[in-house]
Design a protein. Structure first.
Length: 117
């Protein structure tokens, strides 16, 4: 069962064994990887942790991420971290390897800040 947590005072990589408090959101992708979505004003920072250590980071405007959820776009980001959408499932790839999946609804819930009008 996947868990999405809302945390406060995020200070380091967060895993089931190392929970910190923060306004950031955490999605456990599997036993090895987790994805944290951090609030950065008009942007969001996506941090993938592998075995409690920071692995990949990507910043993007929240409006761009919301458009990805709400339109027929199937790909977000180029480079080391990539999100691919098929129907209501988002596949997360890191360094060319699929590391997990999450529902669009789960991402929308985890994305910090307000939904743009």
């Amino acid at each position: 069962m996947r868990r999405t947590l809302v945390l406060s005072n995020f200070t380091s990589a967060v895993t089931p064994n190392n929970i910190r408090a923060s306004s950031d959101r955490l999605i456990f992708l599997n036993d090895e990887y987790s994805l944290t979505l951090e609030d950065h004003g008009k942007g969001a920072r996506f941090v993938v942790a592998k075995n409690d250590n920071g692995f990949i980071c990507r910043k993007e405007k929240k409006s761009t991420v919301y458009k990805f959820f709400q339109t027929s776009a199937i790909h977000l980001f180029k480079g080391r971290l990539q999100l691919d959408k098929q129907d209501d499932i988002i596949t997360i790839s890191a360094k060319g390897k699929v590391i997990g999946t999450a529902d669009v609804e789960e991402f929308q819930t985890a994305l910090p800040g307000q939904v743009p009008a």
